[in-house]
Design a protein around this ligand. Sequence first.
Ligand code: AMP
Length: 410
Amino acid sequence: MKINPVRGTHDLFGEEINKFNKVVAEVKDISQQFGFNELITPIFESSELFKKPLGEQSDVVLKEMYTFNDRNEDEITLRPEYTTPMIRAAISNGLLNNLPAKFFGTGQMFRRERPQKGRYRQFNQINFENFGSDDFFADIEIISLANTLLKKLIPNSNFTLHINTLGARENLSAYKKILSKFFNDNQKSLSKESLDKIYINPLRILDSKNPEDSAIIKKSPKLIDLISKTDLNNYEEIKKCLTDIGITIFEDPNLVRGLDYYCHTVFEFKSNELGSQDTLIGGGRYNGLIKTLGGQDIPGVGWAGGIERIMLLMNSIPQKEADIHIAILDPSFKIHAIKIYDFLIKNNFSVYWNYKYNLKKSLSFANEKKINYLIIVGENEKANNNFSIKNLSNGKQVIVNIDNILDYLK
Ligand code: AMP
C-alpha cells in the first residue's frame, strides 16, 4: 500500500529542514532583541474566531477554511491565520493587563488554496503582534523588525517594502460603498472575476492582477481623499521614519490586503524572484479587532510571514556532520567502544557510529561526510584499554585513553 502526501502538503527534511530551523532560530533571536514574547496557540479553534473577524466574504472564509464538526457538533476550524488566535489567547489568559503586550509565534496554518510554487494547503507562518499601542512608532518598529529578519535570512535577495494607508475603519466602510457604486456603474470595463466582487469585496478589485481591470482601476475613486488630515500626517511620519532608518518604501495606493480587519497602515514585503506568489510578509494595523473578539477596545499592529516562501530565497544549508566517527573493527569490541562513545557524548561532541565493523568502510564514510576524527577500536586498543584516533585532515594517528583524549581534541 503506497500512500501519497495530501495535495498541498509537503514533508521537510535534509537541507530544507536546516533552512526551516534557521528561520525559527533567527525569529527567536530577533524577538528577544525587540522584546516580543512567544505565544503558541492550538492549531484548531472554534470556527467563529475566524468567520466574522476575517470577513464572511473574504476568500479565506468563503473558500479556504478547513472546517469540521467535532463529535459533539462543535464547529472547529484549523487555523488559517495567527493574528486572531493570538488575540484570543491573550484575552483567554489575561495577557493584556500591561500594555503594550508584544507576542510572536511560529506554526502551521491551513488554507485550502490551489497549490503552486510558494502556496500550500499546510504552511508555516511567523507572526509578530503588538497589542495596545496607537503610537506610530509601533508601526515602524514592527516593520523594521520584519526588515531586520529578512536581511538576516536572505541578505542577497532584492525584497521590497510596499506600503499604504487605509485610514480609519469608518473611512474604509464609506470608501467601500463609493467603490461598489463606481464599479457597478462601470461593469463593462471589469473582468468576470472582478464583477463578482463589486458588492462582496470591492477592495479586492483594486489588487486584481487581471489586465482587463487595470484601466478602470486607474480611474476609480481614491481612498486617500477620505482620510483625515491627522491620519495622513501620521502616515507621512511613518514613511519618513522608515526612510530615515534606511528602509526603501514603495507606496502602493492599491494595496488593501485580503482580510477585513485591517485599517490605517498596511504593508507587504515582496520579492520579484518568486513568481506570482511574491509576498513574503504581510501585515498592518487592526484597531477594533481586539474589541470584536471580546477584549478591551485597544489597537493592534502586526504581520505574518510565510516560512516556506522565505526558504525559497535562502541559500542551502548543508547538514551538520558529526565531529567524530567511531570505527569498531569487530562486534566483540563494542563493549570497549561504548566507553569512549559515552564519554565523548557527555563532553558534548557529536559522535557517529555506522555499525559496519570495517575500517575501510568507516574511513571512506568519514571522508565522504567530512568528519574530522576517526576513533579506531581494534584488538590492541581493547587489550590495552586505549583507543587510536586519526586526524583525517592530516592523516596523523595517535593512541589516547579516556583521560587524555580531551587534551588531544582541544
Ligand atoms: P496572509 O495572511 O495571507 O497575508 O499571509 C501572510 C504570509 O503567509 C504571506 O505573505 C505568505 O508569505 C504566507 N502564505 C500565505 N498563504 C500561504 C500559502 N497558502 N502557502 C504558503 N505561504 C503562504
